[in-house]
Design a protein around this ligand. Structure first.
Ligand SMILES: NC(=O)c1ccc[n+]([C@@H]2O[C@H](COP(=O)([O-])OP(=O)(O)OC[C@H]3O[C@@H](n4cnc5c(N)ncnc54)[C@H](O)[C@@H]3O)[C@@H](O)[C@H]2O)c1
Length: 275
């Protein structure tokens, strides 16, 4: 019902926590993964183990904001006569100077801790990464889907798209833009047998954010971790595997009448007002 066997799927940000979890799950079920990432060593190490699942995968160094490097990948695939069935845009994140240190600007708050202290280069990089970092791969790899008149595109958004995350205006704006673009593109490609959807993960526990959510020594939740859990009706953090089942569903024929949506996978976070 949800078979991905012999389907060729490009995953960007493939050696990151969520990108790898998705790639590994798809590879285990017989999909061929074209894994794109910035770091060759990390990619090779992550994808060594995927080879054991029997399908021949391909990993290529590629920066999603560098159109030239995306074109090189597309040319390589073209030369090898590899056709793409799906594209999953996972690459994303935030540069440190794009987040404010203080949630509110009180009279006594130093301006450098507020919005006015943000680094504009980091701000631009972060909005670009989370918006154009999906638009560019779609432009480059989607063209072959348009020619073959079939395809499936999944973007990764965030809770910040629905309601901005306090302190993270650039990340939230970039994710809001990709949610909006998902709708636009879904309509634009609706006559071409190409579906476009997004997933908005809630708070997923990964090695990168574990230190923000749990105190290293005591193992107890940090104040931020406590706030997240108190705003998550199911009272738990998500696991990368929680996203994997949604990916299988969106890739499958079972969701063939679904395009242009952003699916929250969030333990109820986006539905909860708290009043
Ligand atoms: N972890 C969460 O709680 C959470 C919640 C909501 C959304 N997300 C989104 O999920 C996605 C994956 O997040 P993650 O938690 O696995 O983080 P991660 O840092 O482990 O993975 C992100 C990956 O993107 C890659 N990347 C960054 N910039 C790139 C570029 N210019 N070109 C190519 N690759 C680039 C990184 O190298 C990394 O491998 C991101 O889009 C993130 O915004 C994560």
């Amino acid at each position: 019902m949800f078979s991905v066997k012999n389907r060729t799927i490009i995953v960007t940000g493939a050696s990151g926590v969520i990108g790898f979890a998705i790639s590994e799950a798809l590879a285990k079920k017989g999909a061929r993964i074209i894994a794109l990432g910035r770091n060759k060593e990390k990619l090779n190490k992550s994808f060594e183990q995927l080879a054991s699942f029997g399908t021949e995968h391909l990993q290529m160094v590629c920066d999603v904001l560098d159109v030239h490097s995306l074109q090189e990948v597309a040319q390589h695939l073209d030369k090898k006569k590899i056709t793409i069935d799906a594209l999953i845009n996972v690459a994303g994140g935030a540069a440190p100077g794009a987040s404010a240190r203080s949630e509110f600007l009180f009279a006594e708050t130093p301006l450098e801790d507020s919005f006015f202290g943000l680094d504009l280069n980091d701000f631009r990089y972060t909005t670009d990464l989370n918006f154009l970092g999906s638009v560019y791969p779609i432009k480059i790899f989607g063209e072959s889907m348009a020619k073959q008149k079939s395809g499936n595109i999944i973007n990764i958004s965030s809770m910040g798209a629905i309601q901005p995350l306090s302190k993270s205006p650039a990340y939230s704006a970039g994710k809001a833009a990709i949610t909006n673009f998902t709708q636009w593109l879904a309509v634009h490609l609706s006559k071409s047998n190409i579906r476009v959807n997004a997933i908005a993960p809630g708070f997923i526990l990964t090695e990168q954010n574990r230190f923000l959510l749990f105190d290293e020594k005591s193992g107890n939740l940090t104040p931020r971790g406590q706030r997240i859990l108190s705003h998550t009706p199911q009272g738990k953090l998500g696991d990368p595997d929680d996203l994997v089942s949604t990916v299988f569903w969106l890739l499958s024929e079972k969701s063939s009448f679904i395009t242009g949506i952003t699916v929250p996978v969030d333990g109820g976070f986006s539905a909860y007002n708290g009043i």
